[in-house]
Design a protein around this ligand. Structure first.
Ligand code: ADP
Ligand code: MG
Length: 260
């Protein structure tokens, strides 16, 4: 085997609370645009976030279910960036003191049982939704729906210990089953309640350092998680075999064309 496969998975799960992470606005699906955007969600001056107890409890439930360490002291941080989907100019997330540290998820694969170490799980808020559209008069516009702003998310990060495309799919399936079973999230991939991103890199077996990693997004089914990771492994192996350096980048999965 010429290359060792190194994969780490990052999953965002929308927590199944009725209200948002830091405001009382509803999270119900299917409302007309911008009717579920409170003063907190659109960041009017002077508003203050209040953490949703139900979201914290769901994250703790997840931590207990995967045998993690629960941090008794946990903090929120500001992740600063400027984009129309983020009216505050920063996302409230957790950085150095997340709620959940460590833990693991065990499952069966066609090659036997596998246990994947979880690095951390933290709470954060979702952004607004941008819709890019061409109007009848030919103008290209970007529309912003703030209903999604502030929706509670839990981000679950694994160690870079996933070794095959099948393991990546099985991890995602098992994680969904766990989230649904403990009542933390409805976790439907097809409507974005659970979003899986795969960091994929290759290295020579026995090498101390990791290779250059590529982050793959836009997988809307378990099958596409497996296909996208398998494609990316192949693509990287071909490039490295040909002596072409990889660049650290984010690639989207195109399910119709079967390419990243
Ligand atoms: P970021 O903050 O950019 O998201 P992290 O260090 O938190 O980066 O890593 C994100 C994910 O990528 C984790 O699941 C981690 O295990 C994985 N990862 C980190 N380095 C590599 C690598 N070289 N190859 C594959 N996965 C990696
Ligand atoms: Mg990350």
């Amino acid at each position: 085997m010429a290359w060792e496969i190194v994969i780490g998975l990052e999953t965002h799960a929308q927590l199944s609370t009725e209200s948002k992470m830091f405001s009382g606005a509803s999270t119900a699906f299917g409302a007309p645009p911008n009717v579920q955007a409170s003063a907190v969600d659109i960041a009017l001056p002077g508003v203050l976030p209040v953490a949703n107890r139900g979201a914290v409890e769901r994250a703790l439930r997840f931590g207990l279910a995967v045998g993690a360490q629960i941090n008794r002291r946990s903090t929120f941080a500001r992740k600063n960036y400027f984009y129309p989907d983020l009216p505050k100019g920063y996302q409230i997330s957790q950085y150095d003191l997340p709620l959940v540290l460590g833990g693991s998820l065990a499952f069966e694969t066609s090659e036997g049982p596998v246990t994947i170490a979880i690095t951390r799980a933290h709470l954060e808020e979702d952004t607004a939704r941008l819709v890019h559209r061409r109007l009848d008069d030919g103008r290209d516009v970007s529309l912003v729906d703030y209903n999604r702003s502030g929706t509670p998310l839990m981000e679950i990060v694994t160690d870079p210990v996933v070794r095959t495309a099948e393991q990546a799919r099985r991890y995602a399936e098992e994680l969904r089953l766990l989230l649904v079973t403990i009542g933390a999230s409805d976790a439907a991939l097809e409507n974005g309640q659970m979003r899986v991103e795969a960091n994929v890199s290759l290295r020579r077996p026995g090498a101390a350092a990791f290779g250059t990693r590529v982050e793959v997004k836009n997988m809307n089914s378990f099958r596409s998680v497996e296909r996208a990771v398998a494609f990316e492994i192949e693509r990287q192996a071909k490039a490295l075999d040909a002596g072409e350096p990889l660049i650290q980048e984010t690639r989207g999965w195109d399910d119709d064309r079967g390419v990243t």
